[in-house]
Design a protein around this ligand. Structure first.
Ligand code: URA
Length: 481
């Protein structure tokens, strides 16, 4: 008996034929299966045999089998129809058959169903649409080469996720289309029909580079999840090798520069009288002495020392950062690590001499979590910023600068006593309550973190431009001399 199904995914055709065959007591060994349009098999009858007449009678199969069969029929193995029929044939005599994991047929169907699900998952993850035309008439087209017959199965996911764009996913076997209302399936097309480049590609590549985290890189796991065969259709594929190589270099550099945990002897002995910041002003030397024993928040416990501000006591300009980093914590001085080097370069370019200005931080202890040998920077929270603010206020009252520059969100929150969004407020002079002028800009660490060289250069220039506003004020200040 030979059964010809209407298509590779013709589950209903298989079910109808299989049910008739079981009821007609046709043994699995007496049936062969193929799909209409396939090359005829060696033992296939030259003419299509009429399907056997359906005898009366019924039988039930577990719902689990129906689910498994619906998935497995999407596998590319031509033997799947026969395997499913063999299992169906055996089920009435062995209702728990599907629970016998050691049974060869059961193991085989489980493996095939798993392969189909995995292929579906890969399709969800690696389809990349390219835009054809321009908004509002754009159509998004993707090319994908699934291993199994999963286009119809995977399409509803894309319809839900990209519900408001018109898209087509082209594959060699079948194409899925979405017009905003319904999914339709058409025959497959050759790859040449899929677009290869568009204006979204560069944006996507930049985004990918920006989310790529070298510290999390596990190249083997990444290749397992994103097998090389998918790379050729991914716009970000050209970045993968350089990013992996770059990550290896970066990791090497991180290990070479690994921050050592502070030696016990470097830690200041616990003072007999721990201090809280007060509102009394004082000269900077006295404030620094007092702050050395600050216990206003728990950050002092793990930090090496308080890192107080530094600079001339009559500085016309006060720069405020977030908090000391690893290097600052060990050195006891603000902005001496990588962010400090970036800051020094930008100050120089803006025409500001660092030794003429006062540089400090909103929070004066290093906040971190240990990761092996490395101490990973943690952003201070609002209560830590608040607890440290009196030190900043006393520095301000002591120095009385003409301008305060807040670098980054934490600094801005401390300087203004409230959250100030950076982008809306940067680059313009704002009066503080006491009449001092303030300027908001980004933190130099932000520039260090930008992965894209073009964006980095652009943002660095904006940072220098902001500092030039400060340089103008400095030039006019009688204290500048
Ligand atoms: N980042 C800061 O905000 N301050 C420093 O002192 C160093 C890095």
């Amino acid at each position: 008996m030979h059964i010809k199904l209407d298509g590779e995914t013709d589950f209903d055709g298989w079910r109808k034929a299989a049910r008739t065959l079981v009821l007609s007591e046709v043994k699995p060994a007496e049936v062969s299966w193929s799909v209409r349009g396939d090359e005829p098999g060696l033992f296939e009858p030259p003419d299509e045999a009429p399907p056997p007449a359906a005898p009366s009678g019924t039988f039930n199969v577990p719902a689990k089998f129906v689910d498994l069969a619906k998935t497995t029929i999407l596998h590319h193995d031509p033997e799947r129809f026969a395997l499913l029929y063999r299992l169906l044939w055996r089920l009435p005599g062995h209702h728990d058959l599907l629970d016998v994991a050691t049974d060869a047929d059961v193991a085989q169907i489980a493996m095939m169903a798993k392969a189909v699900r995995r292929d579906e998952h890969k399709m969800h993850a690696f389809v990349r649409f390219r835009e054809i035309g321009r908004e509002p008439n754009s159509h998004y087209v993707a090319w994908f080469e699934p291993e199994h017959h999963i286009v119809e199965l995977a399409a509803p996911f894309f319809a839900r996720r990209f519900a408001d764009m018109a898209w087509s996913i082209l594959t060699p076997e079948a194409c899925a289309h979405w017009d905003g209302r319904a999914v339709s399936i058409t025959p497959g097309v050759p790859k040449a029909e899929a677009p290869t480049e568009d204006r979204l590609e560069e944006t996507w590549r930049r985004y990918y580079a920006s989310i790529f985290n070298p510290a999390r890189l596990k190249a083997k796991a990444m290749q397992k999840e994103m097998p090389k065969k998918y790379w050729r259709n991914l716009p970000e594929a050209s970045l993968i090798r350089p990013l992996i190589e770059g990550a290896e270099r970066l990791t090497g550099a991180m290990i070479a520069n690994a921050a050592s945990l502070p030696h016990k002897a470097q830690k200041r002995p616990k003072s007999a009288k721990p201090r809280q910041p007060s509102s009394a002003s004082g000269d900077i030397a006295t404030l620094r002495e007092e702050a050395a024993d600050c216990r206003a928040c728990p950050l002092w416990e793990d930090a090496t020392q308080t890192v107080f501000g530094e600079g001339p006591k009559q500085a016309p300009l006060m720069l405020v950062g977030e908090q000391p980093g690893d290097k600052e914590d060990l050195a006891g001085k603000p902005f001496v690590g990588p962010a400090g080097q970036m800051l020094d370069r930008a100050l120089k370019q803006a025409g500001i001499a660092r030794n003429k200005i006062y540089v400090t931080n909103a929070v004066k202890h290093f906040k971190f979590v240990p990761r092996g040998k490395i101490r990973l920077h943690q952003k201070p929270n609002t209560s830590e910023i608040r607890a440290c603010r009196p030190w900043y206020e006393r520095e301000l009252a002591s120095i009385k600068p003409e301008l305060v520059v807040a670098m980054g969100a934490t600094a801005a929150q401390s300087v203004f006593g409230k959250i100030m969004p950076i982008n809306q407020n940067r680059g313009r002079l704002i009066d503080l309550d006491d009449g001092t002028k303030a300027l908001i800009t980004v933190h130099p660490s932000y520039l260090l973190r930008l992965p894209d060289a073009g964006a980095k250069a652009l943002e660095y220039q904006r940072f220098v431009d902001d500092l030039k506003i400060a340089a103008d004020i400095l030039r006019q200040s009688p204290r500048a001399a």
